[in-house]
Write a protein that binds this ligand. Structure first.
Ligand SMILES: NC(=O)c1ccc[n+]([C@@H]2O[C@H](COP(=O)([O-])OP(=O)(O)OC[C@H]3O[C@@H](n4cnc5c(N)ncnc54)[C@H](OP(=O)(O)O)[C@@H]3O)[C@@H](O)[C@H]2O)c1
Length: 353
């Protein structure tokens, strides 16, 4: 072991769990000390239990770790959760009660009033919610949540516009990759050559979560932003990357040039911008007429940037645009790692090496 901060991964065998393993393999501050999953995997070597789908080699040291059951304690102050939502609730609570900072990708606790739902570039100030959470619940640790993968890209792109102009209405239609459904996910006979115009629960999540993230932090918690959101979600035959077409209405008229200048100038606060996982810039603008595209633009900012294009007037609302976010990096493991980095930079966990 090195002087890095040990961390554990719950649900390490799944799609998001594997992305955690890959992103943490050579992380400057963190080192994977334990991997955990269901009773079907526990007790086996990780390299045997996992059906490794990442395009890099599984690191030998991690392949040799024995998969643990998802019961506390596991090593380290930070536990990343990539658990199926059916199992996540009580398991994550048990770890937080036991003293771990649980950074979760599951939906179970996202809308709890005392759980911060974070996109560090947009609302790092919501982190303080964990103080009340620990106090009220009597926990030594805390739960911090990552938004749903479609919400993460949408809100990162719209946060600068909301700050500058005030959003009143959002109309969004998604084209979501199959990896968003985990592994093995959507049967190939359902999705190849097809579009499925329904992603269970996703529209409600986008509508509620975006308002919480861009809400105002008050002494009693977060007052949700008061804009309206209408979301249509679709599953398409793309492996990774959620593309979203968006129309936005503002409190005043906003021209495409104003929006482009605002998005180009957007930078995270210095504390967030300096985190190892933070991309610079967080929002990339590509004004070529046929961009962004999942196959060509997904890895911008190592999967942590959102790419926005086709910014033009909308005859119904004010502006329309297309955006692309990486569902398992910005929308899941990558941003969860960034949130854990924020905990360290904020002095709440250990010391960075
Ligand atoms: N995929 C995405 O793009 C994405 C994006 C954002 C958020 N999320 C959320 O992230 C979480 C993980 O998603 P995923 O796509 O990685 O799912 P997945 O591929 O189905 O993986 C699920 C993981 O949970 C474990 N698990 C299942 N039941 C369990 C139980 N009863 N006890 C302990 N472990 C259990 C599985 O272990 P075994 O292998 O041992 O069964 C596996 O490691 C979900 O809550 C999902 O909604 C996913």
């Amino acid at each position: 072991m090195t002087s890095k901060i040990p961390v554990s991964i719950l649900g390490a065998t799944g799609t998001v769990g594997q992305k955690f393993v890959r992103l943490l393999a050579d992380h400057p501050w963190f080192e994977v000390a334990a991997v955990a999953a269901s009773s079907a995997s526990a007790g086996r070597a990780y390299g045997e239990a996992v059906r490794w789908r990442e395009q890099t080699e599984l690191p030998e040291r991690i392949a040799g770790l024995t998969v643990q059951p998802c019961t506390p304690p596991l090593p380290g102050p930070i536990v990343f959760s990539a658990l199926d939502a059916d199992a996540a609730g009580p398991i994550e609570q048990a770890f937080a009660r036991d003293g771990a900072f649980v950074v979760t990708n599951a939906r179970n606790h996202r809308m709890d009033p005392d759980v911060p739902l974070l996109i560090p570039e947009a609302n790092a100030d919501h982190l303080v919610l964990i103080d009340g959470q620990r106090q009220h619940r009597g926990w030594k640790g805390a739960i911090l949540a990552n938004p749903n993968c479609s919400t993460a890209g949408l809100v990162l792109a719209l946060a600068p516009l909301h700050q500058a102009f005030g959003i009143e209405k959002i109309f969004v239609s998604t084209m979501q990759a199959v990896s968003g459904a985990g592994y093995p996910g959507v049967p190939s006979l359902d999705i190849v050559g097809n579009v499925i115009p329904h992603v269970g629960g996703e529209e409600e999540k986008m509508e509620g979560e975006s308002r919480k993230i861009l809400g105002r932090l008050d002494p009693d918690g977060v007052t949700p932003a008061d804009f309206l959101v209408s979301a249509h979600t679709n599953r398409v035959a793309v492996v990774d990357g959620h593309l979203e077409t968006v129309s936005v209405g503002f409190r005043r008229r906003v021209s495409p040039d104003e929006a482009i200048a605002t998005l180009r100038a957007f930078r995270a606060s210095p504390c967030v911008a300096d985190l190892p996982s933070s991309p610079t810039p967080p929002v990339e603008i590509d004004l070529r007429s046929d961009r962004p595209q999942p196959r060509l633009d997904l890895e911008r900012g190592r999967g942590m940037a959102v790419t926005v294009g086709r910014i033009r007037p909308c005859p119904i609302l004010d502006l329309r645009m297309v955006l692309l976010g990486h569902n398992t990096v910005r929308g899941a493991a990558g941003q969860a790692v960034q949130i854990a980095e924020l905990l360290v930079a904020d002095g709440r966990v250990g010391a960075r090496p």
